[in-house]
Ligand binder design. Structure first.
Ligand SMILES: CC(C)(COP(=O)(O)OP(=O)(O)OC[C@H]1O[C@@H](n2cnc3c(N)ncnc32)[C@H](O)[C@@H]1OP(=O)(O)O)[C@@H](O)C(=O)NCCC(=O)NCCS
Length: 355
């Protein structure tokens, strides 16, 4: 694969997957973008039809998995279940010990297809409801919302979910992708690679920030409270969740899209409440940290996506695992790239000082 999986310009706020700007990619489907990341090129019409059909074919999970999910404590975050179940289902994969590119691709398709079903099944069971089987006529985004709610989402909601998965799909060597890549470098199987990614993703300084943003929105509750509460947090040296980034020193390009989408949802639903609360938080953070302290702390991918989930009635307990629905394609792309290198990643301890 010649094209770089990802390109980030943290000063200009540019993000590309396989040399294509994410602002173009969000006009495609998640299936196309997932194919692009994993195969290195956008699919042609026939390739896409085959890939999408394979993904839809593999969405179902068996009853044993639902039984295991039912044994869980329902007060925990869905990412805990997802991590366990991804590990558990590897035993059902007929290709678990087939490490040919074809065997790995079949595992990749199963993982991408089943992760949304596992999360939705947990959500349903945790709320005392029967899991909803996937609907093959629906896109990745629409099907996920359908499996959670039991009714088909609006066109806008389906599009927003699809864009969320696309924007979450890849981001170079972030903590979870690096973890995945290290595991892949030992030539461990794809399930182990994805479990490594999930473990790193759940931390609040990474994918877990999305859940924290949703809690913060609830704590602040209305635009009028934002300034006072944010000032208190800054005075206590608390980090404001959903702000700041190791690479971006300007507005995160994904944050820009999520902000627009959350405004669109707010307007269509006729409820500006969450959007205006978020905007009031942003105004205070930018004034206090960017303008007064000169630190480039802008909304990142997790801030306005948290607002979007509020509008789509997605509870905070699902937010981090939804990040994984998108990101799994990026982990797999890096895994396949690393498999080709056949070289274990083994940094020296002194290099940690640079991290
Ligand atoms: C993402 C993050 C881990 C990047 O961290 P980093 O590049 O290592 O930046 P640092 O933690 O070294 O912070 C640099 C400075 O900015 C401040 N800062 C960084 N993020 C901040 C935030 N979200 N709120 C307030 N201040 C922040 C730090 O306090 C530090 O100040 P100092 O120089 O006075 O000590 C960090 O911005 C953060 O914790 N954000 C909140 C969690 C989050 O949203 N994570 C999702 C990332 S996509």
């Amino acid at each position: 694969m010649s094209k770089n999986i990802c390109f980030i310009d943290g000063l200009e706020g540019i993000l590309k997957y396989r040399e294509i700007d994410v602002n173009q990619l969000i006009e495609l489907t998640y299936d196309s973008v997932s194919y692009l990341l994993i195969q290195g090129e956008l699919p042609g019409a026939q390739e896409l039809a085959i890939y999408s059909a394979c993904l839809r074919e593999e969405r179902e999970i068996n009853r044993e998995i639902i039984n295991i999910i039912s044994m869980y404590n329902f007060n925990i975050d869905a990412i805990e279940i997802l991590r366990t179940i991804v590990s558990f289902i590897s035993q059902f994969d007929p290709d678990i010990y087939d490490s040919t590119p074809e065997g790995n691709m079949r595992k990749a398709i199963r993982l991408i297809a089943k992760i949304p079903t596992i999360i939705a099944a947990y959500y349903r069971v945790a709320n005392g409801k029967e899991p909803i089987p996937p609907d093959r006529s629906l896109s990745h985004g629409a099907n996920f919302l359908y499996m959670i709610r039991g009714s088909k989402p609006s066109k806008l909601e389906a599009e927003v979910m699809e864009k969320d998965f696309i924007l979450s799909a890849e981001h170079e060597l972030n903590a979870s992708t690096f973890s995945s890549r290290i595991t892949a470098s030992t030539l461990a199987d794809l399930y182990s690679v994805v479990v490594s990614g999930l473990c790193a993703l759940k931390g609040p300084l990474h994918g877990g920030a999305r859940t924290e943003v949703m809690s913060m929105l609830e704590e602040i509750a209305c635009p009028e409270n934002a300034e006072k509460i944010i000032l208190e947090k800054i005075a206590k040296n608390e980090k404001i969740m959903g702000f700041g980034h190791r690479v971006y020193k300007t507005y995160d390009p994904r944050g820009t899209v999520f902000k627009q989408l959350s405004k669109q949802l707010a307007e269509i639903k006729g409820d500006m409440h969450w959007y205006e609360t978020a905007e009031a938080i942003e105004i205070t953070v930018v004034r206090e940290i960017v303008e007064k302290k000169g630190k480039p702390i802008y909304p990142n991918v997790d801030f306005y996506s948290g607002v979007i989930y509020r509008y789509m009635d997605i509870p905070p307990q699902l937010a981090t695992s939804i990040f994984a629905i998108g990101r799994v394609s990026g982990w797999i792309a890096h895994c396949f790239d690393q498999y080709e290198k056949k070289r274990v990643i083994r940094p020296r301890a002194f290099m940690l000082d640079e991290c």
